[in-house]
Write a protein that binds this ligand. Sequence first.
Ligand code: CU
Length: 305
Amino acid sequence: MRFNRIAALGRAALGLAALGFASAAFANSPNSPNTSNGYNLPTGVTELAQRMYGLHMLVFWICVGIAVVVFGAMIYSLLMFRQSKGAIPDTTMIHSTKVEIIWTIIPVIILVVMAIPAADLILAQEDTRNSELSIKVTGYQWKWEYQYMDAAAGIDYFSTLAQPSNFARQLGSGIDPKTVPNYLLDVDKPLVIPSGTKVRLLLTSQDVIHAWWVPDFGAKRSVIPGFVNELWFKVDPGKEGVYRGQCAALCGRDHAFMPVIVDVRTPDDFKKWVEEQKAAAKPAAAAATEAPAGATPPTAQVLPN
Ligand SMILES: [Cu+2]
């Protein structure tokens, strides 16, 4: 009986270990969706994300310290002062003001120690001043629209789930999702941004509440109809690449099918991309505004009052 229980525990531990290794392997694959090692938060590729990771680890180690002290005292007391060792309960100590003051002040100090760097980081997150590129992000059921401003003004497009994922996800498609690269984590047109540049997003929605989230940037904001929320990030130079995220607010039937993909390029490559986009947009815009041959121009009509 006892042996069976130990064997079951062993099997459970092995299963957990295998799960851990599997998630670690996924995180380290060439198509790694983030900088997480599979066990912890992503370390991130922006200063803000790295500061968040540092704060998270600071709080984690404070919690570990508290656990060691509290559980240490508990386990020591349980072992050293148990009845079988002849311990006699002290029934005279009903109340101790001194102890109450100590166990109030110590947690307050710990909370303040954690609150100071946390408040500092929140202020930094909210500080969108001196941004170098602004992009308006609009959430729709179930896609994103990116409208560039500043030097890239005029670029405006939708970002929707990539076709291979979209075909494979259909009921009875017969396509094994495992054969689709980056299944549900690819779009037709990603958000393209330059590295080393403070990018500010202005986020709003056309229908329901969405949330724009890229873990590696330490960036996540609710996208709410009727409101414009702000968010900023600056990807460290040398960290160019494709970063993946998700809509992080349950926004309806196809919530799982509106990933966020950001293609970070060097400032030079970004400039080239902007020129390409503008050059491609020009003939299309010209064709749209040019009146077809033979068409009479619209005349102004005076409407009766
Ligand atoms: Cu959404």
